[in-house]
Design a protein around this ligand. Structure first.
Ligand SMILES: [Zn+2]
Length: 286
């Protein structure tokens, strides 16, 4: 399937959701009786659970999304040619919108940013030259994507770019336990969002791989997906608990098992148990 079409299909769905949101807000504002009925059906209209709408229905203020393309050197043409500023703008908007939805974040209770800025630039030209190439970095509400990475990416650059937007947008909005949460978990949650959005990287390992739950990135993302299978909304609840502090015990509080026990269960479920003779046969075919 043409990836550009796929991306545009997502955008159509995005605008349809925005349209439903607008109509809902108009209905709530203009027809108090209907608003009361709506509240009776769904609870407080300001706290409708995501899943009914992909976006939190009421956002007290709009967020501005900006794109700055500094990838203008002749050796960095793929961003301009295969992604471009319009798709980048949609991508950064979709990224935040999906994070709000999946992690059940309400802007009024979040970090208070009123804009998110995406800067595309050559990290090499900026003096950051590391191998393997750094994909992106996010500080506060500024996302920087390395155009050197886009340039050297083998495959569909637009699809990879959109996946990066989901990951980096998570960093913009997620809680960090006031700096106490391990970076590996923060990256695991960011890749979980990317996974659930349907844009895993082609470079990822398989489900069930990895040596520990906090190895980060897709290893942790797949583990969080498993935890989410035990309790719906688990990752959103974990993120909410991480607003002021962090403890591994949060897993226990939410799921009734220690994170180490959950990791053992997860490995067992994928037939890659650290136990020599598992009491139960592993699930085949994974
Ligand atoms: Zn990250």
């Amino acid at each position: 399937m043409n990836r550009t079409l796929l991306f545009e299909a997502n955008m159509t769905s995005f605008f349809m959701k925005k349209l439903s949101l607008l109509l809902l807000m108009l209905a709530v504002a203009l027809v108090p009786i209907r608003a009361a009925r709506f509240a009776a059906s769904f609870g407080n209209p300001g706290r409708i659970k995501s899943g009914y709408f992909a976006y939190p229905p009421i956002q007290p203020r709009q967020i501005d999304y900006k794109v700055i393309d500094n990838s203008t050197s002749p050796g960095n043409s793929r961003f301009k040619n295969e992604i471009g500023e319009d798709n980048a703008h949609y991508g950064v908007m979709l990224g935040s919108g999906y994070v709000f939805s999946l992690l059940d974040i309400h802007v009024s209770e979040g970090k208070g940013y009123t804009e998110v800025t995406l800067i595309v630039e050559s990290f090499r030209e900026a003096g950051i030259e590391v191998y393997p190439l750094e994909v992106a970095s996010t500080i506060d509400n500024y996302i920087r994507v390395n155009s050197d990475y886009i340039q050297s990416f083998e495959g569909d650059a637009l699809r990879e770019f959109e996946g990066i937007m989901y990951h980096e947008s998570t960093h913009v909005w997620q809680w960090t336990g006031n700096g106490q949460a391990p970076q590996s978990l923060l990256n695991g949650i960011a890749d979980y969002v990317r996974l659930k959005a349907g844009f895993p990287s082609v470079n990822w390992g398989e489900r069930g791989s990895g040596d520990s739950w906090d190895q980060g990135y897709e290893v942790t993302a797949y583990f969080l997906e498993y935890c989410g299978g035990l309790k719906g909304g688990f990752v959103a609840q974990l993120n909410a608990m991480m607003k002021d502090s962090y403890s591994d015990n949060f897993f226990d509080s939410l799921l009734g098992k220690s994170v180490d026990q959950l990791w053992s269960d997860y490995k067992l479920a994928y037939g890659n148990s650290p136990i020599a003779s598992p009491a139960m046969p592993p699930v085949p075919g994974n």
